[in-house]
Design a protein around this ligand. Structure first.
Ligand code: SAM
Length: 468
């Protein structure tokens, strides 16, 4: 790997003569592979090494062919770089997670931090997961639906649009687009695209992004800022600039020495650096600040006078979907076009406000599409953590059947009848099929299908989750 000269000069200065060769050597190694388990759906396979700063994070001994593991398609885990999972420490240490919170993940795609945040916040909290680039926002929506939390809204807006929601969020995560120095060993293209000029452009863009969303953070709210790069302009300097400009207060996190995370400080602002020779993970930076002012209590609940953008589903439709989720009394069923979704009842008001101001791509749990007098169950329901299995006819698939189903092939199950079938692999729901006589129509979403050909020999079980 040919590193740019000005990059090596800076890293030598940052790390010192003694440490720099260790850093350089680590850049030659294969990056570790790690996953985060969706504990609402599965448990980690035995013998995996935990990621020390993330309760559901685990390292794998080798990189399996994830595509051939139905559990990943069921949202039982997410492949995520370990350093990024440090967002958990910021959240646990700087925020009271027992409260009902309104959380924004501004730069959300493909969904590593969003699915992590969704697992950490309480069920009566709302996560708005945003991605400005529309094609990437669809991937984010797919991963959010697979995770199945039910209290997430996926939006696709420019950061400046969040100015329409002043003082709305208790917590904001800005995992900013950056020059990607921390990805050098994973992605050789990041080295090619790197330049001092690009670092400056990234730093300016990050300042703009921070300024654009700052207004949407409540007084007393917490901003978690991160990048996967090491230069100070995009990291400490940007956060020190924000703190100075807005009078934000730095939040210091407690670190365990064995984690290998390096604390830094600039103008009284604390930062946390991840280097590959010190941690089992890629390059990463994080800082946490609190907006000046008093914390405010959220008032949820519907107000009588307000004109809502969301439409509550009709009584007939509600009756049909009523028993599809566990504890249906906790939801408001809304209809948007043909789609009926379930929103946690206490989040109706906040969700409506988001709908009034932003472009929402996915909301809550998409349950069904109205087809004349009938309902077609949707993928969001199949993958929901709150699905009521008893309401459906379930069919267990073997590995080959599961993978063929996920490729959207028509598979023969040897069953008969005329019914919707919820197809599962080792108790993990994968999606829907419609039985028509002895034929089975595959309703797996076309855009999500596995595109690779299946090899003659399939791997057995899952290296990642305990499903045997
Ligand atoms: C580091 S990635 C986010 C990774 C994500 N948080 C995760 O954990 O999976 C940064 C994201 O910012 C988005 N982005 C690019 N330009 C942006 C801008 N001007 N404002 C906000 N987001 C932007 C990119 O499309 C990309 O998805």
């Amino acid at each position: 790997m040919q590193l740019p000269v000005s990059f090596t000069n800076r890293m030598q200065r940052l790390l010192g003569q003694e440490e720099y060769p260790k850093f350089l050597e680590a850049l030659q190694h294969t990056p570790p592979v790690s996953v985060r388990i969706n504990q609402a759906k599965a448990a980690a396979a035995a013998n995996l090494t935990p990621v020390p700063w993330a309760a559901a994070g685990h390292y794998l001994p080798e990189r399996p062919l994830f595509t051939l593991d139905p559990a990943i398609h069921a949202g039982a885990y997410y492949v995520q770089e370990a350093s990024s999972m440090f967002v958990e420490q910021a959240l646990r240490q700087a925020v009271n997670l027992n409260q009902s919170l309104q959380v924004l993940d501004l730069c959300g795609a493909p969904g590593g931090k969003s699915t992590h945040l969704a697992s950490l916040i309480s069920p009566d909290s709302l996560l708005v997961s945003n991605e400005v680039i529309r094609s990437r926002a669809s991937i984010l929506a797919e991963n959010v639906a697979k995770w199945g939390s039910g209290n997430v809204l996926v939006t696709s807006n420019d950061p400046r649009d969040f100015g329409r929601l002043p003082d709305f969020f208790d917590v904001m995560v800005v995992d900013a687009p950056c020059s990607g120095e921390g990805m050098f060993r994973k992605d050789p293209q990041a080295v090619e695209e790197w330049s001092e000029e690009n670092v400056n452009l990234c730093a300016q863009r990050q300042q703009r992004i921070l300024m654009d969303v700052w207004e949407a953070l409540k007084p007393g709210g917490v901003l978690i800022y991160s990048t996967c790069t090491w230069n100070e302009q995009e990291n400490e300097e940007n956060i020190a600039w924000l703190a100075e400009q807005e009078g934000a207060e730095s939040i210091k996190l407690q670190l365990q020495p064995e984690w290998g995370v390096v604390p830094t400080q600039l103008k009284g602002v604390e930062g946390y650096r991840f280097y590959p020779h010190r941690v089992q993970g890629e390059g990463f930076f994080m800082a946490v600040v609190r907006k000046a002012g008093e914390e405010q209590v959220i008032s949820h609940g519907k107000s009588k006078k307000k004109k809502y953008k969301l439409t509550v589903a009709g009584k007939k439709e509600q009756a049909l979907v009523q028993d599809w989720l566990q504890q249906p009394e906790q939801y408001t069923f809304v209809q948007h076009g043909e789609v009926i979704s379930a929103l946690p009842e206490n989040l109706f008001e906040a969700t409506d406000e988001v709908y009034q101001n932003l472009y929402v791509l996915y909301a809550g749990t998409e349950l069904a599409e109205v087809k004349g007098k009938k309902l077609k169950p949707l993928q969001g329901l199949a993958l929901s953590q709150h699905l009521n299995n008893d309401a459906f006819r379930i069919t267990e698939l073997d590995l080959e059947q599961a993978l063929r189903y996920l490729r959207k092939e028509d598979i023969s199950l040897g069953t008969n009848g005329s019914d919707w079938l919820l197809l599962q692999y080792k108790d993990l729901p994968l999606g829907w099929a419609k039985q028509i006589g002895s034929r089975m129509n595959n309703y797996y979403p076309k855009e999500w299908r596995i595109r690779m050909e299946l090899p003659p020999e399939l791997p057995s079980g899952s290296l990642v989750v305990d499903i045997n």
